[in-house]
Ligand binder design. Structure first.
Ligand code: PRX
Length: 653
């Protein structure tokens, strides 16, 4: 499993914050030191104090952490609050007119929504959900384009205690159906369509298809008119957003929920074919997003904060829909592709809306870097003061480009390591204090007990020796479970070390300065453009095609995407000449797109008579990975049942 985790990357450049940034940052070295010390000395007390100072409680909590049923941890469990109240209402006394959301569509349409307006719209939509019979604890699926109403829908669910499950608009009807059924959702919020790359994303059509074969839990579909193209509305089931909210009050008393009340489910890939519904709590989750907005993003009242992630991913939950609003910030939201009308779009948006904090994925940076310096150089990026990255390790070349060309060497870069399961940033530099190194997410944040251990669970103290990334202590924004699958929660995250540590599924090393370097996944999970995809999910999709008998999927290093998907496929019929068949490959790629979504389409498919297997029938993926990356095979292949297949897979036959 974790043999040979040795580090190859050696990056020694160190970038301390500029004096300007350090002097104006809200966390200075002394403050950070004090936070670490408090957290170290009294983990629970540290978090309790933050929960009291950062959250508005309806009923204060007395019990900080309940570990009686570990690894099911409960934080602040006897307190009551409402997340939407914390994100909106509590800012109204002094920030009612402050802009909460700046929106720009791909076609250039813009909107500014103040906190007062966000409050009205959220309340009105919450009343609409109630009018459709939605109550606290009910599941609501959101399948929306990246428009303010997606955030309003999430906030409205939170307001009435409904548990939302946002499904990324790029996922297929099939994926949507699975998620609706797994959560037994009662209501779906979607749109007629969205805009992306000059085309309409057919959300309503996909929703209709999903609903054809869904179970009968789902009763109602609320449809936002965004593109205004023709869609079918099913009588008795579908209702337009405007009709659903017509005549309803713009006041809605929040439902005060227990701190542990689930705020949302978000499905993410794991080592099996079925995505897991990660469950997050209300209070603990929100606290994680708030403290990291302050520590990592150095939140200031006049910031224009732009996290480019879609609300369909955890980043779009924590750093678009919740965290920045909970601290009373102004967010930028863009619906569309970064390449429309050209690759300068992100920079134009930064210039037009005076973005101060810009947070994106390494894959986007690499793609934009490719179009050269002159594109960003056309824009005034002087409003930007802080840059962030998330989703995968950033290669030093892209880091340097981000630093020089976008940040003009002035802006710190916060490389933030975290996961859907962790709810908020866990390892990241505090930008006014911690010197950064290109490619490292630096240090764990206060109160986040990360470590690198060996396969026996012993902490690795030798610098640069790789091991497993684990969390030694519970933290408030941690996942609370896998929806409807207790066994999987234990097995996937806690089983390896008998509930002692949370196992992140990443390998990592720490260097001489104690900085963390993430080295990759230890399971069969790919990271394609910063998005997690299970190899098994793609394989299940492939073998569901009538022409396919067997499939194995591996990642291959890719300049832009980080990892590209390569599939080895055994067909029912004969192997095509030379192991390639462009027409069938096209068909299979579209097929996978329909089963999961466009991001899961293999970049390439190779056809083989057979796959390399051990005598017990297990596919040797490590071997396939080696072949996929074009490296020489150094592994022992003597246990292979069909050693000769290697030549064919390598294209030597
Ligand atoms: O492998 C790590 C990688 O992304 C995984 C989490 O994926 P997901 O739950 O989809 O969330 C992505 C956004 C938070 C991790 O297990 N990852 C995330 N951030 C980084 C990273 N790898 C290296 N450096 C990062 N900053």
């Amino acid at each position: 499993m974790v043999q040979n985790i040795d580090s190859i990357l050696q990056e020694n450049r160190l970038f301390p914050p500029t004096a300007d940034f350090a002097n104006s940052a809200s966390i200075n070295a002394a403050k950070l030191q004090a936070l670490y010390q408090q957290a170290e000395e009294h983990h629970e007390g540290f978090w309790a104090e933050l929960a009291r100072s950062e959250l508005a409680w309806k009923k204060p909590f007395n019990k900080t952490l309940n570990s009686d049923h570990a690894p099911h941890y409960r934080w602040f469990e006897d307190g009551k609050l409402n997340v939407s109240y914390n994100c909106i209402d509590r800012h109204l006394p002094d920030k009612a007119d402050k802009t909460a959301i700046i929106f720009e569509g791909e076609q250039g349409d813009t909107r500014h929504i103040s906190y007062a307006e966000l409050h009205q719209e959220t309340c009105r939509f919450a009343n609409a959900l109630k009018a459709q019979g939605i109550a606290s604890g009910d599941r609501v699926v959101i399948y929306m384009p990246m428009v303010p109403e997606a955030i309003i829908a999430m906030q409205a669910c939170a307001r009435i205690g409904a548990i939302h499950s946002v499904v990324f608009g790029g996922f297929s009807a099939e994926a949507l159906k699975d998620r609706i059924d797994d959560a037994s959702a009662k209501l779906l919020i979607t749109a007629d369509g969205g805009h992306r790359g000059g085309k309409i994303v057919e959300l309503k059509a996909a929703a209709d298809k999903a609903l054809e074969s869904c179970g009968d839990s789902l009763q109602t579909v609320i449809v936002l008119k965004r593109t205004a193209h023709d869609v079918t509305m099913k009588a008795g089931r579908d209702i337009w957003w405007t009709d659903a909210t017509q005549g309803l009050s713009d006041e809605c008393e929040p439902v005060w929920v227990d701190a542990e009340h689930p705020l949302f489910l978000l499905y993410t890939s794991g080592s099996t074919g079925k995505p897991k519904g990660i469950v997050h709590s209300s209070a603990g989750y929100l606290l994680g997003t708030i403290v990291t907005m302050k520590w990592v993003f150095d939140h200031r009242a006049d910031d224009i904060f732009w996290c480019t992630a879609d609300v369909g991913w955890i980043t779009g939950h924590s750093y678009v829909a919740y965290g920045p609003l909970a601290v009373g910030g102004t967010i930028m939201v863009y619906e569309g592709a970064p390449t429309v009308p050209d690759t300068g779009r992100f920079w134009q948006l930064c210039e037009t809306h005076k973005v101060t904090v810009f947070y994106t994925a390494p894959t986007a940076i690499r793609a934009l870097m490719k179009s050269g310096d002159e594109v960003p150089n056309r824009y005034d990026l002087s409003s930007i003061r802080l840059l962030g990255t998330v989703g995968e390790p950033i290669n030093p070349e892209a880091w340097m480009w981000y630093h020089m060309v976008i940040g003009k060497t002035r802006c710190p870069i916060v490389d933030t390591w975290w996961q859907t399961e962790t709810g908020a940033n866990m390892i990241a530099p505090v930008p006014g204090v911690v010197a950064t190194k290109p490619g490292s997410c630096t240090r764990a944040l206060p109160g986040m007990a990360l470590d690198v251990v060996d396969e026996e669970g012993n902490p690795i103290t030798t610098p640069n020796k790789g091991g497993l990334l684990v969390v030694r202590k519970p933290w408030p924004s941690m996942l609370r479970g896998v929806w409807g699958d207790e066994a999987r929660y234990i097995e996937a995250y806690w089983g390896m070390f008998n509930n002692r540590y949370y196992v992140a599924g990443d390998s990592a090393r720490r260097d001489e300065d104690g900085y963390f370097w993430i080295m990759g996944r230890i399971d069969d999970v790919l990271n394609v453009s910063g998005h997690r995809l299970g190899t098994m999910e793609v394989e299940s999709a492939l073998v569901a095609h009538p022409a396919v008998v067997e499939a194995a999927v591996v990642g291959r290093p890719d300049e832009i995407k980080g990892e590209a998907i390569l599939a080895y496929v055994v067909l029912k019929g004969a192997r095509p000449e030379g192991g390639k068949d462009a027409t069938l490959t096209q068909e299979l790629r579209s097929w996978v797109g329909e089963q999961i979504g466009a991001i899961a389409k293999p970049s390439d498919i190779r056809y083989a008579d057979n796959l390399p297997k051990t005598r017990s029938g297990k596919i040797m993926r490590r071997l396939l990975r080696t072949i996929a990356s074009g490296e020489e095979i150094t592994q022992d292949t003597s246990t292979l049942e069909n050693e000769t297949i290697l030549l064919q897979l390598q294209g030597k036959e």
